[in-house]
Structure formats: structure tokens, C-alpha cells
Design a protein around this ligand. Structure first.
Ligand code: C2E
Ligand code: MG
Ligand code: MG
Length: 593
């Protein structure tokens, strides 16, 4: 039912009317006094009596006036005080009803104003402290809570203890790329909900209350950003207890989770750091937990959990050192491209090379890509390095063409490079710059990149292929790709990962898997390259299973340009090498000459 709106300051409630009334009363009093004095004169009273009475009347009216105005201005003073408190940000003020005069109206308006202010402050607070997608406390709220907790002392003077769980939801980004924001947001919300239920935060409401309880050490799950959540558990430092909670969290999300009608089996990686055990700084504890999470990610187990250890710091230091010398190396162009040959599995002639980058460090000597490419990808330097390699490889390929040596060159490309919308244009511009035939250049992308629905991957592949370049899927068999998705893409070469080569030369699973992969590649109309062959029997097995080209230490390790040219010329001039390889492949001899 709608409440009847009262109109303040109407009729008798109007201050003007009240003052008029007061003055009427006062005037009446004066009249009465004067009349009384006149009656006194008639009865023979002295001359001073009316004067005295008039003075008394004056005092009485002045006193009454004073009392009246005090009564009238008291609510104004009270309201002024209240307004001052509101101005100071105190919204828990109580504004009394007062009367029904204009001041009462002012008080009512102020009550409404405070109510609205409270609402909008709560909204602003909600926005500032909560994540819009999950409704969880956000990174800033988490920071405030951790800063209050970590490094503080309890009532007995003991340092506060607890642990911070850094949780990364694996594959969430992929879900986002493949199925869009709505699905990934819903999935994220469901996962957060499951994690809360499995943790001491118990339920979403309690989690919110815990986060709002300023100064109280309570468990809270917060959204850190992207695919990451952080669970703060005060008073838990025992590794056994931490391990048990981590297991519960893994188990909570291990089942099928539905989002927008699709089913997912999410997985998480958890890194944990403790305070004050690992540090008494909120930022450090968070950073260590994130670092432990990175370690957990690399663990080859299903329940990826890692408790922070100080030697993990070494990994950060190494990364920083690598980043530093990568920057110097880019400026000083200290990179060198090595070439590893690929050999035809039928003619045993050299068909091409794979360009593999190395870093010539002034103190450390030659540093392999395994050490610096992941760091370059992480710190955003891969684009610069990739450009150096592409430029060098394409220019070298063109130089060999000019020398009458047609050698295909394949170049590895990282996700970050490929995600750059101008990548295909850059490659095409380099081909033009060096007058290099496009059909001699292959771009190697990993299986995971190929099956990522990152906008633009398919269009980059199309642009490169229409310009005449080939696309190779590198390290095939390691990315657990969705084959349907993979086969929807157009590529020319499939490189079987070298992990399959171990055991290829024996009857058994490895050999059968390799056979199936090679067959799959052939059925897709691709050239199949087997890489990582080290022995003659592996070369023989790869050839017998029907691959087109073979690459591996058996033929040669990656070489400097001049060493490769010498190796290639020797092999071209002396066909005995190819013949021996052929014999090795057929099982007659056991080693290359
Ligand atoms: P990849 O593209 O799969 O290259 C093949 C790697 O296997 C090379 O390692 C090569 O030396 C090694 N290999 C070849 N045959 C054998 C063998 O018979 N036995 C053994 N044990 N290893 C063999 P490398 O040069 O250390 O490169 C490692 C990875 O670094 C490459 O794997 C590639 O993913 C990446 N990489 C290399 N150069 C570049 C580059 O210019 N850009 C990018 N984005 N990545 C690169
Ligand atoms: Mg490669
Ligand atoms: Mg490879």
C-alpha cells in the first residue's frame, strides 16, 4: 500500500501561522496586563503600578519569545549537526521526526537523501569491491583484506598466520575463444560457486559477508582477474591441512560442469603460499602463491598443486636474467639462425631445412631456444625475435635460390606472433623485400595454436597459403587437439612429434600410434615429416611407416649456415651418403656414413 505523502508546513504547521499565533497570544497578554493596570488605577492604585506591570509584561513576553524561538530553532540546530555528520561521510545518522512544520519537511527530505546516499554508496562500494561477472570480491578488496591480515598481530602479540591459494582455471581462455564470453563467464561463475562450497567459505552469501567483515580474519574467495581466483584462508598453515583442502577443491570441480547448455570438465592448478612462513608482506605472499601456481601448471599430474618453496624464487631470478639479456640481444642482434636438414624418405635427398634460432651470449656462449623462447613469449619479446628469424630465414632462402640451390626453409612461429593481425602481411612483405619465392617458405605452428579459435588464426592461415606459403602443424600428437577442429583447417605439412619416435622401431603401441598419425596426415592430403630420429632403425621405421620426410640428429643436428652449406654440398657431390641412408632404412647397415 502506498504511504500517504504528508505535506509539511501547511495550515497550523506553517511557521508563519505559528508566529502569528504566538504574537497574537503575546499581544493578548499585553492587553490583559494593560487592562488589569487600568482597573487598578480606578481602584486608587499608585501611578507606578501600570509601569511595573508593563515591565513585568515585557519580561514575560521576552522570556516567552526566547523559549519559543529556542523551541523552533532547536530542530534546525539538530539538523545542522546531522548535515555536518553526513558531510563527513557518516551515513548511519538518525534523523528524528520533529514536527510537521517546514523543518519537519526538511528533516523528511534529509531522511530520503540519506537513504538514497546509503543505497548509492553501497552500490559504489559493491562496484569498487566486487567482480562484475562472478560477484566475488575483486582484486582490490582482496588486497585490502590481505594487507589487514598479513603482517598483523593477534591479541596475544602473535603474528597472524594463514595461507593464500592462487587458483588458475585451465582452459577457461580456450572456452572463451571457442564458445564466447557468455559461456566462459557462466562456467567461471559455476566453478567459483563449486570452489566456495568446497572451502571454509561455505556458500556465496557467507563469502560475501566474510569479505565485508572489515578487520576480521575470515576465509574469502576472490576473483583475481582473467582465469585466476584467490582463496585466502586465515589460520591454516599446516601442509597436511593445506593439501587436504587443495584436494577438496580439485575434487569439487572434477565433475561435469554445465554452462549455456554445454558440458565441461574444468581443471584447476593451485599454488599456495603461507604467511608469515613465506613472507609477512601481502604482495609477496600473493606473488609467491602465483609463482607456485605456475609450477603446479607444469606438473605432469591431474591434481596440479604446489606449495611455495624458496627455490622457486630462483626460477623468477633466472627469468629476469633471461629477459634482461634478451633485450640486450635484440638491440645487438645477437641471434643466429641454425639450420637442421630434412631428408626425403624416398630419394634420401635434402628437401629443406628448419630454421632454429640460437642466442650467442657473450659470456654463456650459444643458448638454445628452449631456454629463452618461453620467456620471450611471456614478456612480449617474441615478436621482435620472430621478426629477426623470419627476416634471416627468408633472406637466406632467397640467397640459396640465387646460388642455384633450391632449399625449402621452415620457420617456427609462436602464438603471440600469429595473434598479431599484421603477421601474414609482414611475412609477405619480407618475401617481397628479399625476392624470395613464397612456395619455398613454410610456417610451422603448433597444434595447440592451430586449434585455438583465436580470431584471425584461420584467416592468417588462409592469407599465407594464398600467398603461396605452406603451413606445417608442428609437434603433432602432443596438443590433445580436437581432431574435428584440426581437420577443418587447411594445412600442408604434418610434423609428427619426436616423442613418438622413441619406440617407433619396435613392434608395440608407439609404432602403431606413429603409423596411425602418419596415415591420418596422408589421408588429410598432407606431407608427413617425422622429426627426432636419432638412429638408423628409427629412420628405417619412419620410412617404412610411409612418412615423406625425416628430420633428426641421425642426419644432422641444427648447424650454422656455413656448416649446413658444407654438409649439403658434400652430400650432393657424394651420393654415397644418400645411398647409405637408403640402405640403413632398408635395414642393411646400421649407421649413416
Ligand atoms: P621444434 O620446432 O619442434 O624443433 C625441433 C627441435 O628438436 C629442435 O630443438 C631440434 O634441435 C630438436 N631435434 C631435432 N632432431 C632431434 C633429434 O634427433 N633428437 C633430439 N633430441 N632433438 C632433436 P631446438 O633447436 O632446441 O628448438 C626447440 C624448440 O624451440 C623448437 O621445437 C621450436 O618449438 C622452438 N624454436 C626454435 N626456434 C624458434 C623460433 O625461431 N621461433 C619460435 N617461435 N620457436 C622456435
Ligand atoms: Mg618446428
Ligand atoms: Mg617440432
Amino acid at each position: 500500500m502506498r504511504k500517504k505523502q504528508f505535506i509539511y508546513g501547511r495550515g497550523f504547521n506553517a511557521i508563519g501561522v505559528r508566529f502569528t499565533l504566538i504574537y497574537t497570544v503575546l499581544a493578548a497578554i499585553c492587553l490583559i496586563l494593560v487592562s488589569v493596570s487600568l482597573i487598578g488605577q480606578d481602584s486608587g492604585a499608585t501611578q507606578e503600578t501600570p509601569l511595573k506591570l508593563a515591565v513585568v509584561g515585557l519580561f514575560i513576553t521576552a522570556g516567552l519569545m526566547f523559549l519559543m524561538t529556542r523551541k523552533l530553532t532547536r530542530p534546525i540546530r539538530q539538523l545542522t549537526k546531522i548535515a555536518d555528520s553526513i558531510a563527513k561521510g557518516e551515513l548511519d545518522v538518525r534523523i528524528p521526526m520533529f514536527c510537521r512544520c517546514e523543518i519537519g519537511g526538511l528533516a523528511a527530505s534529509m531522511r530520503l537523501m540519506v537513504k538514497r546516499l546509503r543505497l548509492s554508496t553501497a552500490e559504489t562500494r559493491q562496484l569498487a569491491n566486487h567482480d562484475l561477472i562472478t560477484g566475488l570480491p575483486n582484486r582490490y578488496r582482496l588486497q585490502t583484506l590481505l594487507e589487514r591480515q598479513v603482517g598483523s598481530f593477534d591479541a596475544n602479540g602473535q603474528p597472524a598466520r594463514g595461507s593464500v591459494f592462487f587458483i588458475d582455471i585451465l582452459e577457461l581462455r580456450k572456452v572463451n575463444d571457442r564458445f564466447g564470453h557468455e559461456t566462459s563467464d557462466t562456467l567461471l561463475k559455476s566453478i567459483a560457486h563449486l570452489l566456495i562450497a568446497a572451502s571454509p567459505c561455505r556458500n556465496d552469501r557467507e563469502n560475501m559477508l566474510n569479505a565485508a567483515a572489515d578487520g576480521l580474519a575470515r576465509p574469502v574467495l576472490a576473483r583475481f582477474g582473467g582465469t585466476e581466483l584467490v582463496l585466502s584462508i586465515p589460520n591454516m598453515v599446516d601442509p597436511m591441512e593445506i593439501g587436504a583442502l587443495a584436494d577438496r577443491l580439485h575434487a569439487a570441480v572434477a565433475g561435469i560442469v554445465e554452462a549455456t547448455g554445454r558440458q565441461f570438465r574444468p581443471k584447476i592448478a593451485i599454488g599456495i603460499a603461507r604467511y608469515p612462513v613465506d613472507s609477512d608482506s601481502a604482495n609477496k605472499v600473493k606473488q609467491y602463491a602465483a609463482l607456485a601456481c605456475n609450477h603446479a601448471l607444469a606438473l605432469p599430474v591431474l591434481t596440479k598443486t604446489a606449495l611455495f618453496q624458496t627455490d622457486m624464487m630462483q626460477a623468477i631470478k633466472n627469468r629476469e636474467t633471461i629477459e634482461h639479456y634478451l633485450r640486450t640481444a635484440i638491440a645487438a642482434r645477437q641471434f643466429e639462425v641454425y639450420y637442421q636438414p630434412k631428408v626425403s624418405a624416398s630419394s634420401w635427398a635434402v628437401t629443406g631445412v628448419e630454421a632454429l634460432v640460437r642466442l650467442n651470449h657473450p659470456e654463456r656462449g650459444v643458448v638454445g631456444p628452449g631456454e629463452f623462447i618461453p620467456v620471450a613469449e611471456m614478456v612480449g619479446l617474441i615478436g621482435d625475435i620472430g621478426l629477426i628469424v623470419l627476416d634471416e630465414a627468408i633472406s637466406q632462402c632467397a640467397a640459396w635460390v640465387r646460388d642455384g640451390q633450391t632449399t625449402e626453409v621452415s620457420v617456427n612461429v609462436s602464438v603471440e606472433q600469429f595473434q598479431n593481425a599484421t603477421f601474414a602481411d609482414t611475412v609477405i612483405a619480407l618475401l617481397r623485400k628479399h625476392a624470395c619465392p613464397a612456395h619455398l617458405i613454410t610456417i610451422e605452428i603448433t597444434e595447440t595454436l592451430a586449434t585455438t579459435d583465436v580470431a584471425g588464426v584461420a584467416s592468417q592461415i588462409t592469407a599465407l597459403r594464398s600467398a603461396g606459403l605452406s603451413i606445417a602443424i608442428d609437434d603433432f600428437g602432443t596438443g590433445y587437439s580436437n581432431l574435428v577442429q584440426l581437420t577443418g583447417l587447411k594445412f600442408d605439412i604434418l610434423k609428427v612429434d619426436r616423442s613418438f619416435v622413441t619406440g617407433i622401431d619396435f613392434e608395440g603401441t608407439s609404432r602403431e600410434v606413429s603409423r596411425a598419425i602418419i596415415q591420418l596426415g596422408k589421408n588429410l592430403g598432407c606431407r608427413v615429416v617425422v622429426e627426432g630420429t636419432e638412429t638408423s632403425s628409427q629412420v628405417a621405421a619412419a620410412a617404412q611407416l610411409g612418412c615423406d620426410e625425416i628430420q633428426g640428429f641421425y642426419f644432422s643436428k641444427p648447424m650454422k649456415r656455413c656448416d649446413f652449406e658444407t654438409w649439403r654440398d658434400l652430400r650432393t657431390k657424394n651420393p654415397v651418403h644418400a645411398s647409405l641412408d637408403m640402405l640403413a632404412a632398408s635395414g642393411f647397415v646400421s649407421a649413416s656414413a
